[in-house]
Design a protein around this ligand. Structure first.
Ligand code: EPU
Length: 348
């Protein structure tokens, strides 16, 4: 039987390092354990209505107060190769596995393909929720399928990529299945014939600088770690959730309007003809780098990352400070460029 813990401090369970408590928390170590827990709730009606919050690595989460829904902390472990097709190795990981360790494990077992996604904080179970992506690769490019448990009905289900409805930092788990599903296992299809992906500007630059035009998978892995370590704050020191806003996607007309306001704007053309603007550049242009509200600040090296400056001093930023800062940034970017920045992490 699952033990329900009460008043559990969450500061070490969210990478922002915000202080808050879970009024009730259960650690989920296996699918059968979760099913037993759901069945122990007496009738179907209350089972469906009891609000629950699924907590993975807490790397995409802003806590603005104590968490009242029952927190299901996912600690389902295990990594293995489960199948092989003509073109792919199929590997599976438990949702509670730390993402970066899983990436390193696939490389150690000669199954490359995830190296561009090295060092992304969080767990395997959270990775499809926001379709994590970095340096030219998105999770959906390597995804096979996943298993989840419907928290209302207790049914186990499997979804393929199409059913996950992946988009830019988006999936069905942010919409129709929000707070309704607990992902237990995720499977990845890793190509037997590996092709390096080093076209992202930072990787291309490093490749030229090192005069290494055909890096091995482990070199790409090391380069990605190096670039991230140089640019992005370590959540253990300066709490953060990675990029705090999504890069806005605009029409060609809107892009022209922004270029008219400032010709230096950073943008990329997408395959569908629209343009993706660098939110970091927009925030930087509004002068936010290094500024803040209370102990919440904008990282001095990367304007898209909000940080908790008080983690080491023992006076951590509150969720309220983080959200006040986020709203002030949204207002100034809107006033200057007419663009509404969308917050990326879940705000609870
Ligand atoms: N830039 C600035 N000022 C800054 C930082 C960046 O002007 O302070 C400009 C530069 O021109 C740079 C451009 O913004 O070329 C883009 O910056 P970067 O290459 O660092 O990428 P990003 O668009 O800010 C996205 C993802 C990151 C991912 C990187 C690398 C989103 C919301 N963020 O960041 O993902 O690691 O690309 O692929 O799509 C995350 O989602 O948490 C995350 C870290």
């Amino acid at each position: 039987m699952s033990e329900i813990e009460t008043n559990v401090p969450l500061q070490t369970y969210n990478t922002f390092g915000i202080q808050a408590k879970a009024l009730q928390l259960v650690r989920i170590q296996s699918a059968p354990q979760l099913l037993a827990l759901l069945q122990a709730i007496p009738d179907k009606a209350s089972q469906a209505s009891e609000p629950k919050f699924v907590l993975g690595g807490g790397s995409n989460l802003v806590l603005t107060g104590d968490v009242k829904p029952l927190v299901l902390k996912v600690e389902i472990m295990g990594k293995r190769q489960v199948a092989e097709t003509a073109k792919h190795f199929i590997v599976e990981a438990g949702a509670g596995e730390p993402w970066h360790d899983f990436v390193a494990w696939t490389l150690d077992h000669n199954m490359p393909g995830l190296e561009n996604l090295a060092l992304i904080p969080g767990t395997v179970g959270a990775s499809p929720v926001q379709n994590i992506g970095a340096y030219g690769v998105e999770l959906q490019d390597r995804f096979d399928s996943l298993d989840y448990i419907d928290l209302a009905t207790g049914e186990s289900k499997t979804l393929d990529a199409a059913a996950c409805q992946f988009g830019y930092r988006d999936s069905v788990f942010k919409h129709a299945l929000r707070d309704k599903a607990l992902i237990t296992h995720v499977r990845f299809a890793l190509p037997k014939v590996w092709q390096r992906e080093i076209s992202y500007a930072d990787l291309e630059k490093l490749s030229k600088k090192k005069n290494e035009l055909q890096p091995t998978p482990s070199m790409v892995f090391d380069w990605v770690c190096h670039i991230r370590n140089a640019k992005l704050p370590d959540p253990k020191i300066d709490g953060n959730t990675g990029s705090f806003f999504k890069n806005p996607i605009v029409t060609p007309e809107q892009c022209k309007d922004i270029i008219g306001r400032d010709p230096n704007v950073a943008f990329y053309k997408l395959l569908d003809g629209n343009f993706k603007l660098a939110a970091a550049w927009l925030i930087d242009a509004c002068g936010w780098k290094g500024r803040g509200v209370g102990n919440a600040g904008v990282h001095p090296n990367h304007a898209l990352v909000l940080i908790n400056k008080g983690r080491e001093t023992g006076v951590p930023a509150t969720g309220g400070e983080v959200m006040t800062l986020a709203k002030a940034i949204q207002t100034s970017v809107y006033e200057r460029f007419g663009i509404r920045l969308e917050i990326e992490p879940v705000v609870l």
